[in-house]
Design a protein around this ligand. Structure first.
Ligand SMILES: Nc1ncnc2c1ncn2[C@@H]1O[C@H](COP(=O)(O)OP(=O)(O)OP(=O)(O)O)[C@@H](O)[C@H]1O
Ligand SMILES: [Mg+2]
Length: 345
C-alpha cells in the first residue's frame, strides 16, 4: 500500500476482503427455563478491509473474539450482523456454489497441527484432498502439485506417503500450510499458527509464511497473541478488545506510537517485561482490572471500565474506529489529546 499525500488511509481500488460492522453473538441457553436468557457478544461491529497481497494481524487478549472473527470471516459460521464482501461479491449469507467458491478461495490454518490433520491420512492424501474436493486439475496434475507444494513448504518429497504422526510439530504445520495452499487460495486465515511451536521452529514457519506471500501474492489474516511474532508477518495490525477493533494501523507505527489507551497500556505493560524479545499478551496482561464479560459488555466504550482517561461521554457513546492520520485508525473519543496525556483525569 502506498500512503496518500494527505496522510489518510490509502484505499485500494478493489479490496480483496471488506468486512463492515460485523457482529457475531451466541445465544446463552438456560436448560432449566428452556429458552435463551442472553447473548455472548463475541464480535461487536468490526470493520476492516484487506488489499490483495496484504497481511493483516489481529491481536488481543484471550476471549476478545479473535477466533470468532476469523471463523465468521471464512464463513464457518454465519454472522448475526454486518456484511462480508470477498473479491467484490457479498458472501455474508452465501450458500451453495458461492459458498463452495469461498471455501476454495479462503483457507484456514489452525493453531494445533496435532489436531488439525487427520492422522489416518498420508501427507500425499492430506495435501491432495482439497484439490479433489474442489475438482481442481487431473489426477496427474494434483500429484505433481502435491510434490511442488512439499518443496515449497520444505517437506521432503520422499516422506510423502507417511502419516502426520511421524512428523514434528513444525513439520506438521508445514503440511497444514501446504494443504491450505493446495486449492490456490487468495486469502489464508491463520489462527495462532505458531503458538504451539518452540521459538526456533516458530521463526522458521514465520520465514516460510513471508516467503510464500512474497512468491504467491496471497493475503493473510494472521491472529496471534505475541506482538513480536505478528509484526514479523504483518503489514498492518488490528488490536481487539471485547469484540471490537480499538486500533488499526501499520505494524511499526502502531507498535512505536500506539494511540488507543488500551494499546498503550498493553504495550507499556509488556515492553517492561520483554526480556526474551516476545511481547506476549497471554502472559503479561495489564494490571488495571478485569476484562468485562462479553455476556454483559459496558455501555459506550468497552474499555472505559479500565481506562484512566474515561469520561461520561465514554459511558454514553461508543467511539467509532476513525482515521486519525498517519495511517492509523483509533476507536477512542480522545486519541489525539492522549498523546500528551492532557486529558488524563
Ligand atoms: N460457539 C460458541 N458458543 C458460545 N460462545 C462462544 C462460542 N465461541 C466463542 N464463544 C465465546 O466468545 C468469546 C470470544 O471467544 P474467541 O474464541 O473468539 O476468543 P479468542 O480471542 O480467540 O480467545 P483465545 O485467545 O483464547 O483463542 C468468548 O467469551 C467465548 O467464550
Ligand atoms: Mg482463539
Amino acid at each position: 500500500m502506498t500512503p496518500t499525500t494527505d496522510n489518510t488511509l490509502p484505499v485500494a481500488a478493489t479490496p480483496l476482503l471488506k468486512v463492515e460492522d460485523l457482529e457475531m453473538k451466541f445465544p446463552l441457553h438456560s436448560a432449566l427455563l428452556r429458552r435463551t436468557i442472553g447473548w455472548i457478544q463475541a464480535v461487536r461491529g468490526v470493520s476492516f478491509s484487506i488489499s490483495p497481497g496484504e497481511s493483516l494481524g489481529i491481536v488481543g487478549e484471550s476471549g476478545c473474539g479473535k477466533s470468532t472473527l476469523a471463523e465468521t470471516v471464512v464463513r464457518l459460521t454465519t454472522p448475526t450482523g454486518g456484511s462480508i464482501v470477498f473479491n467484490g461479491r457479498d458472501v455474508t449469507a452465501a450458500a451453495g456454489g458461492d459458498l463452495r467458491r469461498l471455501r476454495r478461495d479462503v483457507q484456514m490454518v489452525f493453531q494445533d497441527p496435532f489436531q488439525s490433520l487427520n492422522p489416518r491420512m498420508t501427507v500425499r492424501q492430506l495435501i491432495r484432498e482439497p484439490m479433489q474436493v474442489h475438482r481442481i486439475g487431473t489426477v496427474e496434475e494434483q500429484q505433481s502439485r502435491v510434490a511442488e507444494l512439499c518443496d515449497a513448504v520444505g517437506i521432503d518429497r520422499r516422506l510423502i506417503d507417511r502419516r502426520p504422526t511421524t512428523f514434528s510439530g513444525g513439520q506438521r504445520q508445514r503440511i497444514a500450510i501446504a494443504r491450505a495452499l493446495a486449492p490456490k487460495p487468495k486469502l489464508l486465515v491463520l489462527d495462532e499458527p505458531v503458538s504451539a511451536l518452540d521459538t526456533s521452529v516458530q521463526a522458521q514457519i514465520l520465514n516460510l509464511l513471508n516467503e510464500l506471500r512474497a512468491r504467491m501474492g496471497i493475503s493473510y489474516i494472521f491472529i496471534g497473541h505475541d506482538l513480536a511474532v505478528v509484526r514479523q508477518v504483518c503489514d498492518r495490525i488490528g488490536v481487539m478488545y471485547l469484540g471490537k477493533l480499538v486500533e488499526l494501523g501499520e505494524s511499526e507505527t502502531l507498535l512505536e506510537a500506539p494511540r488507543h489507551p488500551y494499546t498503550q497500556t498493553l504495550l507499556s505493560a509488556v515492553k517492561a517485561l520483554e526480556a526474551d524479545g516476545s511481547i506476549d499478551l497471554t502472559e503479561n496482561l495489564p494490571s488495571s482490572g478485569e476484562v468485562p464479560s462479553p455476556k454483559n459488555p459496558p455501555s459506550g466504550c468497552g474499555f472505559r471500565t479500565r481506562c484512566a482517561y474515561a469520561t461520561d461521554e465514554c459511558a454514553s457513546d461508543s467511539p467509532e474506529l476513525l482515521d486519525i492520520g498517519s495511517l492509523q485508525e483509533v476507536a477512542c473519543h480522545f486519541p489525539l489529546k492522549l498523546t500528551d496525556g492532557s486529558s488524563r483525569k
